[in-house]
Ligand binder design. Structure first.
Ligand code: SF4
Ligand code: SF4
Length: 310
């Protein structure tokens, strides 16, 4: 199985739109991939892929919720005194933990003289499988409000996608933004990382941090520059980063308001109807597919790595 991860060092750089466009481009080439929406905090890859009603739902359990065993509790109140979040109340001589106030710090368990506080798995969300217009399926997650996105959930979304794809399949992952644990869980073990670089100082800096992490995880990385051509200065910064990191920039996607309108309609960048920019997106997708060994480089327009941006 092959895994291509699309990521960016920050949100709003266009990674979800590019991941959806890559799925649609592959679909157009007769290559059916499974999409994994690992951006579980803001999962919206399904909108662009025109996802249908989920056909599979599984409970996602996160550990470390706390619960009082009433039969062991003497009502001494030590746990309530130790709780800095006022999550514990005493009723009828027994402590009770409010799950919405509990921050799972574990102090109550530490101070309880009777071992009455235990750690239990909490229902933190659901793992879903949905049909999509472009590709084989979408594996995604839904968090219960207030639950943190975690590397564990991201791993489970990836595992679900891998199971659907099978040993000979292809998974395209839309990674969470940033460089934290969930982002690393999305990247680790991938065959190719596509870094969506948004032209501009912060976009370039965030991309550099992501590349540092990719190097630690030993994942080969390429880049696609989004909102290219808005200013020579911004393009120069991207060119400098690519040169400094020996990074192949496989696509240069211009800013186009039609992309945003396509996203608002629930489509990919390829649905924008804007010929020049659509061609740029297609070329970037072809180049990424060629780099991943999915199509011959010779038939993929723009497959030649472009380290020197114009
Ligand atoms: S785990 Fe921490 S926050 Fe939760 S009830 Fe115990 S002391 Fe309070
Ligand atoms: S510290 Fe233990 S025994 Fe005391 S009230 Fe809390 S749970 Fe009950």
């Amino acid at each position: 199985m092959k895994t291509i991860v699309v990521a960016s060092g920050k949100g709003g750089a266009g990674k979800t739109s590019f991941a959806a466009s890559l799925m649609a481009w592959l679909h157009g080439q007769g290559i059916q991939a499974v999409a994994a929406d690992a951006d579980v905090d803001a999962a919206n890859l399904g909108l662009a892929l025109k996802a249908g009603v989920p056909v599979e739902r599984r409970t996602y359990l996160a550990g470390d919720a706390r619960e009082v065993r009433a039969e062991a509790c003497t009502g001494c109140g030590s746990c309530a005194a130790a709780c800095r979040f006022d999550a514990i109340s005493l009723a009828a001589g027994v402590a009770r933990i409010d799950p919405f106030s509990c921050e799972r710090c574990g102090a109550c368990a530490d101070v309880c003289p009777n071992g009455a506080v235990r750690s239990v798995p909490a229902h933190a969300g659901e793992l879903l499988r949905s049909p999509v217009a472009y590709g084989e399926a979408l594996a995604h997650g839904e968090l219960v409000p207030g639950e943190d996105a975690s590397g564990k959930l991201v791993r489970q979304v990836r595992e679900s996608a891998a199971r659907i794809a099978g040993p000979a399949g292809l998974v395209v992952v839309d990674a969470p933004p940033g460089i934290g644990c969930p982002a690393m869980a999305a990247i680790s073990g991938a065959d190719l990382l596509v870094v969506l670089m948004e032209a501009g100082a912060s976009g370039i800096r965030d991309a550099a941090r992501l590349l540092d992490n990719a190097a630690i995880a030993k994942v080969p990385a390429v880049a696609v520059l989004n909102k290219a051509g808005l200013s020579p200065e911004r393009d120069r910064e991207a060119r400098d980063l690519a040169r400094d990191r020996a990074l192949d920039v496989l696509g240069r996607i211009p800013f186009d308001a039609a992309f945003r309108r396509a996203a608002e309609r629930g489509g990919t960048w390829l649905d924008s109807g804007s010929p020049g920019p659509v061609e740029a997106v297609s070329e970037a997708c072809a180049a990424v597919a060629a780099r991943a060994g999915l199509v011959p480089a010779i038939s993929a327009a723009g497959a030649t790595p472009e380290r020197t941006l114009p």
